[in-house]
Design a protein around this ligand. Structure first.
Ligand code: PHE
Length: 338
């Protein structure tokens, strides 16, 4: 019995077969049990020897099964590992990565710059009330400057915001008359323009607002100078020209010295050496008042940057529509991978 069992255990190749063998040889109906039955016809001496021998056989079979079980389990694990083996030294297939949109690059750069100067980033709704977009910005109904901002109206009192200035009104009202406020408001804006190389009915602005005690035009100029140098190179100079916006008084148009020709004259600066880049000014006292600030105590400056314009100048792009056509040949040139 022993020889036969050990041979079968040796040849066994699966854990299930091994279990069957265990049940057969060590179970109640197996050959060992049958052999034990014959013990009742033996004398005492024979019985003792037989008992010893058969116990030993049982032990050997149990041990053999145990050893085989360990060996089979190990083999099974090895087979599994082999089948799941991954060669980590093989080169992987490169996933095609997109790149940041040029407007996102410019927006991120501007945000980073102003965050570094202690500003917060404010956001507001693109669908605005006439009250926030116009009234609080000192553009009452019938004001001729409303024409400057040809508007998509949703109904009489609701519109697609024509600039990000209403976000500043929200920020001022939320501050309940207490300064300081230092925010920039980047976001999408809408005007009823016929799209061409320099006009888009949807575009992006980033406006900035600072309100505190003792704020002067010099603070505005210093801030914009930092902006110009950071975006267009350390050699940039800025120049302020008088202008008009209803929400600022005085208002200025800001030019930077041309980064393309270093002031020598080129088509980008129309051979003047200067490029118009943004509008700005001291917050009109009427706007301060309407938004809950005492103009006797607080002053502020504001500026409005067109992100497309900055990106077009920075990357020498001559068609604003390129930003919105999603042509990968265009977009892939702005290498910074997302
Ligand atoms: N809101 C102005 C515009 O969209 C830009 C601007 C903002 C000008 C702040 C001056 C001060 O045209």
């Amino acid at each position: 019995i022993k020889e036969e069992a050990l041979a079968k255990i040796h040849d066994c190749i699966s854990l299930k077969d091994l279990n069957d063998l265990r049940v057969f040889y060590l179970g109640k109906k197996g050959p060992m049990q049958a052999a034990m039955k014959s013990m009742k016809n033996m004398n005492q001496e024979e019985r003792a020897t037989f008992g010893q021998v058969s116990n030993k056989v049982k032990q050997e079979i149990t041990q053999a099964i145990e050893n085989k079980k360990v060996a089979l389990e190990e083999a099974e694990m090895n087979a599994k590992l082999a089948s799941e083996n991954i060669d980590i030294t093989l080169p992987s297939t490169a996933l095609p990565l997109g790149s940041l949109h040029p407007l996102s690059v410019v927006k991120n750069d501007i945000e980073e710059l102003f965050l570094g100067m202690g500003y917060q980033i404010a956001e507001g709704p693109e669908v605005e009330s006439d009250h926030f977009n116009f009234e609080l910005m000192n553009l009452p109904k019938g004001h001729p400057a409303r024409d400057m901002q040809d508007t998509f109206y949703i109904d009489e009192n609701t519109l697609m915001r024509t600039h990000t200035s209403p976000v500043q009104a929200h920020a001022m009202i939320a501050a309940e008359g207490k300064g300081p406020i230092k925010v920039i408001c980047p976001g999408k804006t809408y005007r009823r323009d016929d799209d061409d190389a320099t006009h888009s009915h949807q575009f992006m602005q980033c406006e900035g607002l600072v309100i505190d005690k003792n704020i002067t035009m010099a603070d505005l100029k210093g801030t914009l100078e930092v902006f110009a140098k950071k975006m267009f190179g350390e050699k940039r100079k800025i120049r302020l020209r008088p202008s008009y916006f209803p929400f600022t008084e005085p208002s200025v148009e800001v030019d930077i010295s041309c980064h393309n020709c270093e002031g020598k004259g080129c088509p980008m600066c129309k051979h003047t050496g200067w490029i118009e880049i943004l509008g700005a000014g001291m917050v009109n006292p009427r706007v301060l008042e309407m938004c809950g600030f005492d103009p006797e105590v607080y002053q502020g400056f504001a500026f409005g940057i067109g992100l497309e314009r900055v990106a077009m100048l920075k990357y020498n792009i001559d068609n604003i529509r390129d930003f919105y056509n999603n042509d990968l040949r265009f977009l892939n040139q702005f290498g910074r991978k997302g």
